[in-house]
Design a protein around this ligand. Structure first.
Ligand code: ZN
Ligand code: ZN
Length: 133
């Protein structure tokens, strides 16, 4: 199987869909166990992959990829003292899609929102990275 050149993913209800270039991301992914990630996701830890904003696009109207985030992507600021830290999640299903520090040009996408096949098997682009988690 050829390595895909893009990773595609999104929330459970598919109102929020994204894609980014595989080569642009920073591997290996990171794991966060902080209280905010735990409380927002409902999981004991959350895995993130840093992606440059310039490589990230969002699906609009179920057919067009755009730099503009879809309407159902909701921004939450968990730290009042750090307004530049935002968390993006789906307003419909609640899926946590990213964590972002607005002082950088990177967005940390949640690995758990990658589509099926992106994380699985020896030939998946992140098999090696996942093995190190
Ligand atoms: Zn959703
Ligand atoms: Zn965290």
């Amino acid at each position: 199987m050829n390595m895909p050149d893009k990773i595609v993913g999104g929330c459970l209800c598919e109102a929020v869909r994204y894609q980014f270039d595989v080569g642009s991301s920073t591997i290996p992914p990171s794991t966060c166990k902080c209280t905010q990630c735990r409380k927002q996701s409902g999981a004991l830890n959350v895995h993130f992959l840093k992606v440059p904003l310039s490589s990230l696009s969002w699906l609009r109207n179920k057919e067009t990829w755009s730099r503009d985030a879809p309407p159902d992507l909701t921004i939450f600021r968990a730290s009042p003292g750090s307004p530049e830290i935002t968390r993006g999640f789906c307003a419909k299903c609640g899926g946590l899609v990213y964590w972002r520090d607005g002082r950088t040009d990177m967005t940390s996408i949640t690995l758990g929102t990658f589509d099926e096949g992106m994380l699985r098997g020896r030939s998946s682009v992140l098999a090696d990275a996942k093995a190190r988690l």
